[in-house]
Design a protein. Structure first.
Length: 303
């Protein structure tokens, strides 16, 4: 099963809402790291996921965005939402005492998420969790002692400037080999085309780049990413025109290489924008790339 990690920003939650009706519930279980104090958008997204019997994992002690230092209030507000089903997840953030405290507060089924390495001190504590999300490449002794492991990876090679992206970059083959790593591994995850670094918003768009994931049969079905970029004119003006430049390159590539990309809702969304000559804003551009990435992986593991 695929466990993509998305932040609780508007367009990432919209991506999950769209995917709830297009991806079978036995293929993916999203991990959501909230970033907003206002939980309305999170509530709506989780209810739509629940309608198709998808029970997401929600990190209860996020330390990014508006939630830094607000763990107790967030937990209270989250559990006061009526009519949602989720698996609470405690993230280990280099504070074993806080991890222990939250472990005592959260009852029932729960998940753990260790972003860095699993230490000896932490290992024994993880055995009580129903799902353990740990870094891909963790030592074999960790895999032997834990159950229901999800291997999390961060393979997207994020650049400081969109102008620095090559036309193509390798992503990962974890979706191909995760089930063979150890019999304790039940799934894998990644940070999609966003990467693990968090920022409230991007800088000025001197170049607009559209990231589109694909499976490469010549690389034994490993995933790579095509990067379609506008011309760098040295100014942040005209983001709409720059988006159309990048989109034109994507659509032309798709026309010249049919079936190169999976026919996903995200890809169809890009084609629709091209047909209408519409610029929806960079948030929705990222949303469509995320949807395409997740759906492409799910198409692979469904076979």
């Amino acid at each position: 099963m695929y466990f993509p990690l998305l932040r609780g920003k508007q367009y990432e939650l919209i991506a999950l809402k769209e995917l709830s009706t297009t991806v079978p519930n036995d293929l993916f279980k999203p991990v959501i790291e909230p970033v907003r104090k206002n939980l309305k958008q999170l509530e709506v997204a989780v209810k739509l996921l629940n309608k198709t019997k998808i029970i997401p994992i929600i990190i209860v002690n996020s330390e990014i965005g508006e939630l830094k230092g607000n763990t107790n209030n967030f937990i209270n507000n989250l559990y006061n939402i009526k009519g949602i089903s989720f698996i609470p997840c405690i993230k280990y953030i280099d504070d074993i005492q806080e991890f222990d405290r939250l472990n005592g507060v959260i009852n029932g089924e729960k998940a753990s998420y260790v972003e860095s390495g699993v230490t000896k001190e932490l290992l024994s504590r993880l055995k009580v969790f129903s799902i353990n999300i740990i870094p891909e490449g963790s030592p074999n002794i960790v895999l032997q002692q834990l159950s229901n492991i999800v291997l999390m990876d961060d393979p997207f090679k994020k650049k400081k400037r969109n102008a620095d992206y090559p036309s193509n970059s390798y992503f990962s083959d974890l979706h191909v080999r995760y089930s063979k790593v150890h019999n304790s591994v039940i799934g894998f995850g990644d940070f999609n085309i966003a990467g693990s670094d968090y920022a409230e918003s991007g800088g000025p768009a001197y170049v607009v780049t559209i990231h589109v994931s694909y499976l490469d049969s010549n690389e034994f079905d490993a995933m790579s990413v095509r990067h379609f970029s506008s011309v760098d004119d040295g100014t942040p003006s005209n983001p709409s025109g720059k988006f159309q430049q990048a989109l034109e390159k994507l659509v032309l590539h798709d026309q010249n290489h049919p079936k190169f990309f999976d026919n996903t809702s995200g890809l169809r969304g890009f084609k629709s924008l091209h047909a209408r000559r519409h610029y929806p804003g960079l948030g929705q551009v990222k949303q469509l790339s995320m949807q395409h990435h997740i759906e492409t992986i799910c198409n692979y593991i469904a076979v």
